[in-house]
Write a protein that binds this ligand. Structure first.
Ligand code: LLP
Length: 437
């Protein structure tokens, strides 16, 4: 894809040298709300949701897309997706709580935690949320929790580890024999047999092989294994699954040389084989589910940041900005690439190579390494792209730096959807014992 087209795909374009995001002047936003701040494009979230939904609908109509709330848990974002018909995937009680506060019905939530406590199970049961188990040992505890609360059992599901994973970084490959997630093929029959013995009547099944996958063939390999495991369960236990969940992991083009994931190919190698299984086996009519986080939200957001310091140490050029790994940890944590561009493009200036450095007191606080940019000046503004997934949700207050505001833009208008934190917010929960007062 040509560069300006790639930017356009993310709803970004330069007009008279100024960067616009969804028809909004980014310099105006930076001045109005201060920096750093997260800007989130509502229409982009709706667009990505519908693109994916249409592809799945075109092959298999009985489907749910569960947004992985860990990617972005702002209540307004959840409400946007809810209004499109999205379902939700939660990994903690806190995420379920947030969804319920957003007005999302519990039937739309699946709870794929790991290392579940009894309190987690009770919370899910009280709130009417389906649990997706991560270990055989959790099954009896879940059953005891249902009995204790005298509630009718919801469907139970197991996360399968298909022993093949993929992802943009080793920390994000979530399948394989030595990976903590899910149950291996050898325990699968025992798991569903035992679930039946314990009185569960309805079943789901799930896998999630990793995150940030740009090669559709990785999904193909995992799907083949997953479907063969499902067939094994059907053959020996004659279970009719209520749902089959293929997890998330769909990547996005963070780098201008990358293309968007080929959704038609994804359909061919994931949805079609699933449909074939449904058509050829006595399996009922399971709901096809997926759980994308990044695909739906990453491209909806940019961070606006201002340069405070240009440092030439005689060897290297640094552009010092007011966003750091407290604001966006992905470059430091996973060596992830986030494209960085200027908000005010100047004509006829030389190009230089910069390390884009945050203010955190660690040398790993570099948000972009060796970036070719126009000659930068102190007070210039930059935009860090594709920060809508695992951006704000992984931010911190390290170095006592309050988290930034989140601003939603829609059809040229802007709305603050989260205040920037204050120093008092940071200290609010601390308690000084009497002897130190
Ligand atoms: N479902 C399950 C069970 C998951 O564990 C995850 C992500 C997802 C769905 C959504 O995956 P996605 O479609 O967003 O790839 N912090 C990392 C990503 C960690 C993902 C963990 N699990 C990052 O910034 O890249």
């Amino acid at each position: 894809m040509e560069y300006t087209e790639w930017l356009k795909y993310k709803d970004l374009e330069y007009r008279d040298g100024i960067l616009y995001f969804e028809n909004v002047n980014t310099l105006d936003l930076a001045k109005k709300y201060g920096t750093p701040c997260y800007i989130i494009n509502e229409n982009m979230i709706r667009k990505r949701y519908n693109e994916l939904k249409n592809i799945i609908d075109s092959e298999y109509i009985k489907n749910d897309i569960h947004f992985a709330v860990k990617a972005n848990s702002n209540i307004s974002i959840l409400k946007i997706l809810d209004s499109e018909g999205s379902h939700f995937d939660c990994t903690s009680r806190g995420e379920i709580y947030t969804c319920l506060k957003a007005g999302i019905f519990p039937e739309k939530i699946i709870y794929t935690g790991n290392m579940f406590t009894n309190e987690d199970f009770e919370f899910a049961i009280i709130n009417g949320v389906v649990v997706n188990l991560d270990s055989l040992s959790q099954l009896e505890r879940l059953e005891r929790a249902y009995n204790k609360l005298k509630k009718e059992k919801k469907p139970v599901s197991f996360r399968i580890n298909p022993e093949f994973g993929a992802g943009h970084h080793i920390h994000d490959i979530t399948a394989g024999k030595d990976i903590k997630f899910g149950i291996l093929e050898d325990q699968v029959i025992e798991a569903y047999k035992k679930a039946r013995e314990l009185g569960f009547r309805d079943f789901g099944i799930h896998q999630h092989i990793g995150s940030g996958i740009n090669n559709p063939y990785d999904f193909e390999r995992a799907t083949k294994k997953f479907l063969s495991i499902i067939k094994k369960i059907i053959d020996s236990l004659h279970i009719k699954f209520k749902f089959i969940d293929f997890g998330g992991g769909l990547g996005i083009p963070y780098h201008p040389e990358e293309d968007p994931l080929d959704l038609d190919l994804y359909k061919e190698i994931v949805i079609k084989p699933f449909k074939e299984l449904v058509n050829t086996e006595d399996i009922g009519e399971p709901i096809f589910k997926i759980e994308p986080g990044r695909y739906l939200s990453a491209e909806s957001s940019i961070i606006l940041t201002q340069i405070n310091t240009i440092k030439d140490n005689g060897y290297k050029l640094f552009a010092g900005i007011n966003a750091g790994f407290n604001t966006l940890i992905r470059p430091t944590m996973y060596n992830s690439y986030h494209h960085i561009i200027v908000c005010n493009k100047k004509e006829k200036v030389r190009k230089l190579k910069y390390d884009i450095a945050g203010p955190i007191c660690e040398s790993g606080d570099i948000l972009g390494k060796e970036r070719d940019l126009q000659e930068l000046k102190e007070q210039d503004y930059l935009a860090i792209l594709d920060t809508g997934a695992y951006g704000f949700t992984m931010s911190s207050t390290y170095n006592s730096r309050p988290r930034p505001a989140e601003i939603l833009i829609k059809n040229g208008r802007s709305f603050k959807i989260r205040e920037a934190e204050s120093y008092d917010n940071l200290l609010k929960l601390q308690i000084i014992p009497d002897h130190l007062k």
